[in-house]
Design a protein around this ligand. Structure first.
Ligand SMILES: Cc1cc2nc3c(=O)[nH]c(=O)nc-3n(C[C@H](O)[C@H](O)[C@H](O)COP(=O)(O)OP(=O)(O)OC[C@H]3O[C@@H](n4cnc5c(N)ncnc54)[C@H](O)[C@@H]3O)c2cc1C
Length: 431
């Protein structure tokens, strides 16, 4: 029986595993999943969680349930030893070795916050549910603080948010934060008439660079939605340093009490033998990495060149899924001695939500906006959730939120007490 080891529990891993299910059931293949966490987090709902439409838990799926016909090991892979065809795993027992016949590297990516000085210390990042909860806590905490002061300058400061990066994530999060803040502020009579100030600081020529060339009408519509939500976007604005109370631009200071950094990601590359990778793994069109026929790679950690435009394929969930499926198919073909197929996916589209009922979408090259784009995005996401029962739970939660109201309570997290106790008191006294 061939041993397939998959590093990661994200979309690439799930789809590779699903393609191999028939071989697993026929006992021709044994699959082991090694993932750093025992859960899959559906990042697509981040805006909905932040704005209080969904609870954090609704984005989680258990890896044990998803990979029910595979062996699951929770641990961090630290090295690949390709000569002896083994990987090293660090887990609660120490360092373990695991042998493979075929290895799939699908370890995804993490936030690029560390690229801007001060980002890790003073800004919020998006990748983990804990980060998102901490951000939500901070927004709610600042609204509370704003309600408790009569100093208008200080109140204004508490209600100022800076978002670094004007890509899909930055634009979606800006809208989600505004929705959350507006709903929460309604509970404070002292804040009637007060406005939050949300600014997107974008380094490039215009926001939503992914859409600029082919879909300028979608960028225009997104700007219209942002303006309606009273969200500013400043382009050609390079943040050089992040501080607790604001950011430094090349020759200017911008104040903000909450800073969210959404600029890009870095791949979770693992050393292979003595080689340490700084960038994504260069991957052949069969989705094997260069120079090793037994190591496959897909998703955010892979550099796959698109067969038509010769540019790197986008890093998002859909491409990760399609690459995972392709890896599973090619491993099966290799098992039966068939020739391997090149990866030939063309893409489906991209979408963003800018608040309830407002969306922008490109589907097979067709631009769609408004309610239709918003609802189609939700339907696609529900369809792509890894466990159908979780998709049902999300639908029920949407309905219950529309009837009973949003989740507007801060939830205790490891960063919450620090925000809320001593530092809050000292902040207030010192100001
Ligand atoms: C906030 C946010 C919002 C997003 N919104 C969208 C969206 O709306 N639409 C969209 O298409 N895409 C979206 N994405 C991108 C999408 O989530 C990723 O492109 C997709 O998840 C990539 O899949 P993957 O399988 O490559 O990696 P991931 O899903 O990131 O999975 C990586 C897996 O590897 C594991 N891992 C990492 N390092 C190790 C290690 N050393 N050892 C063992 N396991 C390890 C992790 O625990 C995880 O299980 C969003 C991402 C974020 C962060």
């Amino acid at each position: 029986m061939k041993r397939v080891v998959i590093v990661g529990g994200g979309y690439t891993a799930i789809e590779t595993y699903r393609q191999l299910l028939a071989e697993i059931r026929a006992q021709r293949v044994k699959v082991t999943i090694v993932a750093a966490l025992p859960v899959h987090v559906f990042h697509g709902w981040t805006g909905e969680v932040l704005s209080g439409l969904l609870s954090t838990h609704s984005t989680f799926s258990s890896l044990q349930s998803i990979f029910s016909h595979a062996e699951l090991r929770v641990g961090r892979v630290i090295k690949v030893l390709s000569g002896s065809k083994q990987i090293q795993i660090l887990n609660h027992t120490g360092i373990q070795q695991l042998s493979y016949d075929e290895l799939v590297l699908a370890s995804g990516a993490t936030d690029k916050g560390s690229m801007i000085p001060g980002a890790n210390e003073y800004s919020f990042l998006l990748r983990s549910p804990e980060d998102i909860q901490a951000l939500k806590n901070k927004i709610l905490e600042n609204i509370q603080k704003a309600s408790e002061t009569n100093d208008l300058v200080l109140r204004h400061h508490y209600l100022q948010t800076l978002i670094i990066g004007g890509g899909f994530a930055g634009v979606e999060m800006a809208a989600a934060i505004q929705e959350l803040a507006r709903k929460a502020m309604k509970n404070y009579p002292q804040l009637q008439g007060c406005q939050t100030e949300i600014s997107i600081l974008h380094r490039g020529e215009d926001i939503l660079p992914e859409l600029q060339n082919h879909f300028p009408s979608l960028v225009k519509k997104a700007k219209y939605y942002l303006e309606n939500l009273n969200i500013r976007y400043l382009c050609h604005t390079k943040v050089t340093q992040i501080y607790k109370d604001g950011v430094k631009l090349e020759n200017q200071w911008v104040q903000g009490s909450i800073i969210l950094c959404t600029v890009g990601t870095v791949p979770n590359v693992l050393p292979i033998d003595m080689k340490v990778y700084q960038e994504k793994y260069p991957t052949r069109e069969t989705l094997q990495i260069e120079h090793d026929d037994d190591i496959w790679c897909g998703g955010d950690v892979a550099q796959v060149i698109h067969y038509k435009n010769k540019l790197p394929c986008p890093s998002n969930a859909l491409w990760a899924m399609k690459q995972g499926q392709h890896i599973g198919k090619n491993i099966t073909r290799k098992l039966y001695g068939k020739s391997l197929l090149p990866f030939r996916y063309r893409g489906l589209g991209q979408a963003a939500s800018l608040g309830i009922g407002r969306g922008i979408m490109e589907l097979y090259g067709i631009p769609i906006t408004g309610f239709l784009a918003w609802i189609l995005r939700i339907l696609f996401f529900l369809y792509f959730m890894p466990l159908k029962r979780n998709a049902v739970r999300v639908v029920l939660e949407f309905f219950s939120t529309f009837i009973t109201g949003r989740f507007l309570v801060p939830v205790w997290s490891s960063r919450f007490p620090e925000n809320h106790t001593i530092s809050t008191v000292l902040d207030t006294i010192s100001s």
